[in-house]
Design a protein around this ligand. Structure first.
Ligand code: FDA
Length: 326
């Protein structure tokens, strides 16, 4: 048995479980020293806690020539008033984006899906209206498979009125090729990701060459069906293969990567002339986000520990201008 892999898998499983534990999240929020320490580690992946932090990182990256998606982080909000507060924050974000960004992303469970399906739909319609006025695209993220039907139904109903709404599809789910076919009555905005949530084998593939193949087939299929596609991955082999297959030549695909992850790869692709979008996040709900980023790549734990021990401010955006190594 490969013990190193075994430990990595255990760390991944543990962090994904920890991320879901409300009691642990509350403890982190209410324990100042722990909160301060973990916030430093989160600084690698999250631009800050406030809208101004998100907008400042967006401005710096836009000045370097990247396109941006912005997310005010949050999910599984159970209180209708908090959902309303999140919608107000997103509306302000849409209004203040101006020239520096054209896309806002979010989880439907942040704006009402976990309270009532109809609430998420109504809030999505309000946001889409605000976004249309500001010439901004909205992107709906994809959550656990238990919510996939609800998310797709809500999206389908709303996009019929507002074509400025995009949807994220998870390549790891067995159902996704079918979902893509069903969505395809007219050109849409589609983001394809591998999938961040732990799912049973009956529902999803785990990380494997089979998943990578399915990922590329989905991207090809989506482009072929006339959609505008975000190839949202940090997997260099998939990125190289997408370039090799000419998937970027159509002009309807772009690469999209999370803020703070593989910035040297984003810089390399950008200087080679490919369209690259950076997904910037901000907000106070960074704990779950941090757990996901370490879980999907356990060596990030070393970086997190070093950041916690350091007094220096973390400024990951600096790495985006590093000269690419040949
Ligand atoms: P994979 O996890 O297979 O890793 C391949 C390689 O990429 C690794 O070997 C490493 O080199 C690098 N890498 C990957 N993750 C890294 C990390 N955290 N740190 C450093 N290097 C890393 N998921 C979801 O379920 N719903 C959603 O709505 C979204 N939305 C979304 C938007 C965008 C723009 C992106 C880029 C990703 C998402 N995701 C998501 C997350 C996605 O499902 C997936 O978990 C991560 O992108 C990691 O998978 P990769 O495709 O990068 O490859």
């Amino acid at each position: 048995m490969n013990h190193e892999l075994d430990w990595e898998q255990r760390l991944t499983d543990t962090l994904k479980t920890v991320a879901r534990r409300q009691d642990i999240k509350s403890y982190v929020e209410l324990t100042p020293w722990l909160n301060r320490l973990l916030r430093r580690a989160a600084g690698q992946y999250v631009a800050g806690e406030n809208r101004q932090d998100g907008l400042a990182a967006t401005r710096r990256l836009a000045d370097m020539g990247y396109k941006i998606s912005l997310e005010y982080i949050g999910e599984n909000t159970l209180d209708a008033k908090m959902c309303q507060a999140a919608v107000e924050e997103m509306k302000s974000l849409i209004r203040e984006l101006g020239e520096i960004g054209d896309r806002v992303s979010f989880d439907l469970s942040h704006i009402g899906l976990s309270v009532k399906k109809d609430l998420a739909y109504r809030q999505l319609m309000k946001l889409a209206d605000e976004a249309r006025t500001a010439n901004v695209e909205l992107f709906v993220s994809m959550e656990e498979s238990a919510k996939t039907d609800l998310i797709l139904d809500t999206y389908q109903k709303a996009v019929a009125h507002y074509p400025n709404i995009g949807i994220t599809l998870q390549a790891h789910l067995h159902r996704t090729p079918m979902d893509l076919a069903v969505l395809s009555d007219s050109p849409r905005l589609i983001r394809i990701v591998k999938g961040a949530y732990q799912e049973p084998a009956t529902h999803a593939l785990s990380r494997s060459s089979e998943l990578d193949e399915r990922y590329l087939t989905l991207v090809q299929d989506a482009i072929h069906r006339g959609h505008r596609v975000s190839i949202a991955t940090h997997d260099e082999r998939i990125i190289n293969e997408a370039i090799h297959l000419g998937l970027l030549d159509s002009g309807s695909a772009e690469f999209e990567m999370l803020y703070g992850i593989r910035p040297e790869l984003s810089a390399k692709l950008q200087s080679a002339g490919y369209p690259v979008r950076i997904y910037v996040t901000y907000g106070r709900e960074w704990f779950l986000y941090l757990c996901h980023r370490i879980a999907e790549y356990p060596p990030n734990l070393y970086r997190a520990v070093a950041d916690m021990a350091s007094d220096e401010a973390v400024e990951p955006y600096r790495a985006y201008i590093r000269a690419p190594k040949e």
